[in-house]
Design a protein around this ligand. Sequence first.
Ligand SMILES: Nc1ncnc2c1ncn2[C@@H]1O[C@H](COP(=O)(O)OP(=O)(O)O)[C@@H](O)[C@H]1O
Ligand SMILES: [Mg+2]
Length: 181
Amino acid sequence: MMIELALNILDLVENSIKAKASFIEITLDESTINDILTLKITDNGQGMDNDFAQSIKSPFITTRTTRRVGLGIPFIRQITEMCEGEFKIASEKGKGTKLEAVMKNSHIDRPPIGDIAGAIRSLIVLNPDIDFKFTYKKDNSDYSIDSREWKEVLGEVPINSLDVQKLLKKDINEGLKNLGR
Ligand SMILES: Nc1ncnc2c1ncn2[C@@H]1O[C@H](COP(=O)(O)OP(=O)(O)O)[C@@H](O)[C@H]1O
Ligand SMILES: [Mg+2]
């Protein structure tokens, strides 16, 4: 079974949420010209020692006691390596963490992106106290959504209210559709 990148992203963002991040930025950059797909996830959570951050690329390091197989950092690292790319992690205790996964876009092992619109909407709606910025770049075009901007406009109206959920869905789906997704 091939795991979609959207599910991987949800799993990686779960790490940021557990690390008590209040702001999480997710960027997907698809360059058909350079044939490269880059995923970046940046958070302002509690971070970790750089030595530990480098060690978790190996499949056996976790601070949790039970784990699902096939997700997490070792998995995304493995995907990048299969796809002639590379995986980088940089972290600083008390400051946050940055992940960058680069893949050859047309590589046969490059997982499908999957339902990224649904993933981003769920993150925003299910974590109303955390802010998210999501950007999807495709060559020279891009779409971006920033929950901080939405919350400012919404004022007292909760970002997870049903009407807002519908607006979020429309905005993200149309934004990505305009980029050919
Ligand atoms: N964004 C992050 N901020 C702080 N710690 C992190 C972050 N991402 C990963 N970690 C640490 O690395 C470990 C391994 O992460 P992961 O590969 O996703 O496996 P798991 O979440 O199942 O432990 C986590 O348990 C956590 O201690
Ligand atoms: Mg994890």
